[in-house]
Design a protein around this ligand. Structure first.
Ligand code: AMP
Ligand code: MG
Length: 545
């Protein structure tokens, strides 16, 4: 009975008084023990410390996730102070303690950074992410800069079950922490901060600095990783969140530029961030994402996923493919169907022949073209949705994703930046450009929008934001042969490189769309297609001479 009264007393006073005392009270409250004489001392303390009216730190309840160690089950109560925000039918986060006699929960062996317990959250292969929320003692206010730190790490072991197959599985891949503000618990109205991928297995303090654009009374902490690949299962361990402190002002955003050679071309990432280390880490992770896509989709690499798939052509085998490859093949097939094969992912034998012709400056023979033609037909690429499998029915088919893989990789690089809290960015994959939010004080990123003037490509300056632009055409790479120019873009109906001087600049919301259609309309374009694309918010500027 006494404890209940004490707790009530403390709660009321906590909301009214100055921060230091406030923290002291909360600690007592969380530890659950307070005697009458303590109350007296606290009352005096409160009296002696007048509350500053503004910029008080905001203390979270139970910031160190103290409670009974247990795996989260559907009916288990949440930790004191916190609300579970998981998707329906998913279990809440787990509470871990120091392992006893070698016994640990899901194989997690970390010791708490602070107190007796810490939180474990997972991201699952069914694209669900664990998250928790709490109502703040007073709301976040626009125009102020807040600072918060939290200790994070990842466990190498998180033995549980796949949500897709129900098979035992280690949920060990890294995830990010995203911090959301909302007006209600669990509401994700404004993203405040996003950590890099947490790969460290020892506790590391991560500090975030943010402003809000509205008045919010709730905070949500979310373990996050979005991926088209169903095999993704990860974990994030959390401990010891600091109070939210109001600081003088948030550090200004600075411009950074990074480049790397990937997918046979120069990639650039321009971004705005507050810190060197954050900018570098974000760009590095984004380039790494491009590299994983290259390893899946490059037909120059013999061991790439797509090359291994091509090697099964004609074998009648269904091959399960990664989420990345599935997305690109599905979209490529949609473009092929709409263009009746002017765009064709099975044109790899043609492109191989023409690459050789370019190198040797020698026109391919009729026989070579005929032999290649027998392996090219997009209708013989079969996709089976239910188990994400692909079968190539024509013997000898070589897939070539060169027309849209860079665009897809640019989209994924931007997603990766976004996951790391960087929204003001531009990704340039050798001319396939994806712009995110505009630079501070600007309406967009200044880029060169390529048009054809007197047969030559000319860049006109335009500003774009949250949009992709790609340019293709028969004006860039070509083989000069008997007075004609043969392009690296091939018309699958003739097996020859395009000979007309054309150029297409396409804008769309995703770079994969822009990239694919820039190539496709270079082969075949008409007004009906232009309108059909425009209805899908894909705009084509087509030039021909
Ligand atoms: P892009 O530079 O985006 O226009 O893509 C050109 C690349 O797409 C070529 O280098 C080939 O690898 C591939 N390609 C060429 N012709 C076609 C076609 N008709 N359909 C699909 N991909 C093609
Ligand atoms: Mg393209």
């Amino acid at each position: 009975m006494e404890t209940v009264q004490t707790a009530l007393f403390a709660t009321v006073d906590v909301q009214q008084n100055d921060s230091l005392t406030n923290d002291f009270l909360r600690r007592l409250l969380i530890n659950g023990s307070m005697k009458t004489n303590t109350i007296l001392i606290i009352s005096l303390l409160l009296f002696a410390c007048p509350a500053p009216s503004q910029d008080k730190p905001i203390y979270l309840l139970n910031p160190s996730f103290e409670g009974m160690p247990a795996a989260g089950t559907l009916n288990s109560p949440m930790l004191f102070g916190w609300q579970n925000c998981g998707q329906e039918g998913e279990t809440p986060p787990d509470v871990h303690a120091k392992p006893k006699n070698g016994n640990s929960l899901f194989g997690v062996t970390q010791e708490p950074f602070h107190g007796n317990t810490f939180l474990g959250m997972v991201v699952r292969d069914n694209n669900t992410w664990e998250s928790i929320s709490q109502k703040l003692e007073h709301p976040l206010q626009p125009g102020k800069c807040y600072e918060l730190s939290i200790y994070l790490c990842r466990s190498k072991q998180y033995q549980s079950l796949s949500r897709l197959t129900n098979n035992p599985m280690n949920l060990a891949t890294p995830a990010t922490l995203r911090l959301w503000a909302g007006r209600q618990p669990c509401a994700r109205e404004e993203i405040l901060a996003s950590s890099p991928l947490i790969t460290n297995t020892h506790w590391v303090k991560y500090r975030f600095e943010f402003e809000v654009h509205d008045v919010y009374s709730c905070l949500t902490f979310e373990a996050f990783y979005e991926t088209p690949d169903d095999l993704y299962n990860g974990n994030l361990l959390l401990d010891n969140i600091s109070p939210l402190m109001v600081i003088e002002s948030c550090a200004p955003l600075r411009r950074f530029e990074f480049s790397d050679t990937l997918m046979g071309t120069e990639w650039r990432i321009l971004l705005f961030a507050k810190k060197d280390s954050l900018a570098r880490a974000a760009a590095g992770t984004a380039f790494w994402r491009v590299k994983t896509i290259e390893q899946s989709m490059s037909d120059y690499l013999e061991d790439s996923e797509v090359s291994r798939l091509s090697a099964t052509a004609g074998s009648k085998k269904w091959v399960k493919v990664s989420g990345d490859l599935w997305q690109v093949l599905s979209y490529g097939q949609a473009v092929a169907q709409k263009t009746k094969g002017a765009f064709d992912l099975s044109a790899g034998a043609f492109t191989k022949l023409w690459r050789k012709a370019f190198r040797q400056k020698e026109f391919p023979s009729k026989e070579e073209i005929e032999a290649a033609r027998r392996t090219v037909d997009y209708r013989k690429i079969r996709l089976r949705q239910k188990d994400r499998s692909v079968r190539l029915d024509l013997p000898g088919t070589r897939l070539d994703l060169g027309a849209l893989a860079k665009g897809y990789a640019a989209d994924e690089a931007m997603k990766s930046l976004w996951q790391q809290g960087i929204q003001v960015a531009l990704v340039d994959g050798g001319g396939d450009i994806l712009a995110g939010s505009p630079p501070p004080g600007e309406t967009g990123w200044l880029i060169g929008f390529t048009i054809l003037e007197k047969g030559e490509p000319v860049a006109q300056p335009v500003r774009i934001a949250s949009r992709a632009v790609a340019t293709s055409g028969a004006t860039y790479r070509y083989l000069q042969w008997e007075g004609k120019r043969y392009s690296h873009i091939i018309d699958p109906r003739t097996g020859l490189g395009l000979t007309n001087r054309c150029l297409a600049t396409v804008t769309a919301s995703s770079c994969m769309e822009a990239d694919a259609w820039a190539t496709a309309v270079s082969v075949s374009f008409n007004e009906e297609l232009k309108d059909w694309l425009l209805a899908r918010k894909i705009a084509v500027s087509f030039f021909e001479e």
